[in-house]
Design a protein around this ligand. Structure first.
Ligand code: ZN
Length: 341
């Protein structure tokens, strides 16, 4: 009961990439970079295990960014001439690669790093991929025209990739869809259909992560405009409850999401964000347990998986380590009191 996991990413060591930033430049190149990625993956696994996390990830140590990592090995994309454009409904600007022709995988994208991680932990291993809607929102399209068509093209490639990862022994494949909290009507129109296409035929567990973003300035300012109650989830959870996705990862710690919205996910595993990634303050186990206790009023105990609000890539490493420990300790507290009760 209350098995812990994380949204996905962990900070990279300074010898792999510049600390405390998104899109951080690599600190190595060539074979030295490949070796540093492997070493950092090993550390990420070990630190999660030591902290007591049950379902671990590779900490996304081998990818530059959660979207761009997947794009780097596709045909039909021009990553050399990026376009600066507003994304997430113009919330902030990013350098986006251009789609210039039909999309195709040149070959497996993450197979090597997934196999490396699989061989080095006995815990259940989750692997994250960007969701089709979020990818479509992070590129400049000069080929497909309709965004739904673009997302569906990505979904087909993601599905090929996900099937290989599942065959390599990955236990949970999670699609990261922060865009689901921004384009709620499109989620119902075609977002879930694209997600289904990406997850089609997977024998492992499937998850979708929907958050209010990393703790960067643009996101913190955006959240300040969302009012006293954040009800974005209300518009998409009923459709997700009817979907074939097994698990939904959501933001809960220090958020203004009304916890009762989790009731809309009846029948799904709920990965409850009990760690705030937008602050360096390390939660106490009691604070984690309090967040989880709030969720437990609306989610069945066997469906509740304590998790982080979002990825921890931009945090300080020591802070992230502290937060991992707090998450596991908070879950343990709740486990004890639930058994007693
Ligand atoms: Zn997130």
């Amino acid at each position: 009961m209350f098995e812990t996991t994380i949204a996905g990413s962990l900070p990279k060591p300074f010898w792999l990439a510049t600390p405390r930033m998104l899109w951080a430049p690599w600190a190595q190149e060539g074979e030295a970079l490949a070796e540093a990625k492997r070493d950092a993956t090993l550390l990420a696994l070990k630190e999660q295990e030591d902290a007591g996390i049950d379902i671990v990830t590779d900490g996304e140590q081998s990818r530059h960014h959660f979207v761009h990592g997947f794009l780097e090995r596709l045909d039909g994309i021009d990553s050399a001439h990026k376009v600066r454009m507003g994304i997430r409904d113009n919330r902030y600007e990013a350098e986006c690669p251009r789609i210039i022709g039909p999309l195709r995988r040149k070959g497996p994208v993450h197979a090597e790093e997934a196999a490396f991680a699989r061989a080095r932990t006995r815990r259940r291993l989750k692997f994250t991929l960007p969701g089709p809607m979020t990818i479509a929102d992070t590129v400049a399209d000069s080929h497909y025209g309709r965004r739904a068509d673009l997302a569906m093209a990505f979904a087909a490639l993601l599905n090929d990739e996900a099937r290989e990862l599942a065959a390599a022994g990955i236990d949970v494949i999670q699609f990261d869809e922060p865009a689901f909290n921004v384009y709620m009507r499109e989620v119902r129109d075609w977002g879930i259909a694209a997600l289904h296409r990406a997850a089609e035929g997977l024998a492992c567990k499937t998850a979708v992560h929907i958050c209010y973003g990393y703790g960067i300035k643009a996101n913190i300012e955006w959240k300040a405009t969302l009012g006293g109650e954040w009800r974005q989830y209300e518009e998409i959870f009923p459709a997700l409850a009817e979907s074939r996705i097994d698990q939904v990862s959501l933001e809960c710690a220090n958020s203004r999401v009304p916890p009762e919205l989790m009731r809309l996910l009846d029948g799904k595993d709920v990965l409850v964000g009990a760690i705030d990634v937008a602050t360096d303050r390390i939660e106490t186990p009691e604070a984690v347990a309090a967040t989880l206790r709030g969720a437990l009023e609306h989610v069945a105990a066997e469906r509740l998986f304590p998790c982080t609000n979002c990825g921890m890539a931009p945090l300080d490493r020591a802070v992230a380590r502290g937060k991992l420990k707090a998450l596991a300790a908070g879950a343990a507290l709740l486990r004890r009191e639930t058994r007693r009760g």
